[in-house]
Design a protein around this ligand. Structure first.
Ligand code: QAP
Ligand code: CO
Length: 168
């Protein structure tokens, strides 16, 4: 197991579109284990492979209070979204220290493969629904700040670039 390095916005590799996993083999199992370790170490509630510069469709999430319920989504797809919207203050391990409200569908039905290769379907609402959509966005090369105004995106970009210079 290993804690992986997380790409930080604005890094153009965060905008690559991830390809589907073709075979769940030892390499993918290792990737999932390392992603989980990286997420728990941060600590965070969700991480997409894109964020650790692996451009394959793998997501790990744990929204449980005691950090004991790891959920693994391989090749996740949103089959349906709820009618309603919810606003949630989102953050991102790739955008450290920045939290902004984003509006998204309040429920999603997601289909994915588990680590065992078996497909499953899940209906999510609340925080889990937000998190699933946020992480699938990463696999499609989209970072949550892209939902904000151009002005805010510019400010976030400069703030993080300044931080990077200061910690270089
Ligand atoms: C995505 O985000 C998410 O800025 C997961 O300094 C966030 O785990 C989905 C984190 C909110 C739904 C709601 C962020 C840790 C973790 C930071 C995260 C930071 C340290 C973010
Ligand atoms: Co994120």
């Amino acid at each position: 197991m290993a804690v992986l390095r997380i790409l930080r916005y604005p890094d153009e590799r965060l905008h690559k579109v991830a390809r589907p996993v073709e075979r769940i083999d030892e390499r993918i199992r290792q990737l999932v284990a390392d992603m989980a370790e990286t997420m728990y170490d941060a600590p965070g509630i969700g991480l997409a492979a894109t964020q650790v510069d692996v451009h394959e469709r793998v997501v790990v999430i744990d929204v449980s209070e005691d950090r004991s319920k790891l959920q693994v989504f391989i090749n996740p797809e949103i089959l349906a979204s709820g009618e309603g919207l919810q606003r949630y203050e989102e953050g991102c391990l790739s955008v450290p220290g920045i939290y902004e409200e984003v509006e998204r569908p309040d429920r999603v039905t997601v289909r994915a493969l588990g680590l065992d290769g078996e497909p499953f379907t899940l209906e999510a609402e609340g925080l889990l629904a937000v998190c699933i959509q946020h992480e699938i966005d990463h696999l499609n090369g989209r970072v949550f700040v892209q939902y904000l105004s151009r002005l805010k995106q510019g400010r976030i970009r400069s703030r993080l670039q300044k931080q990077d210079r200061e910690t270089a």
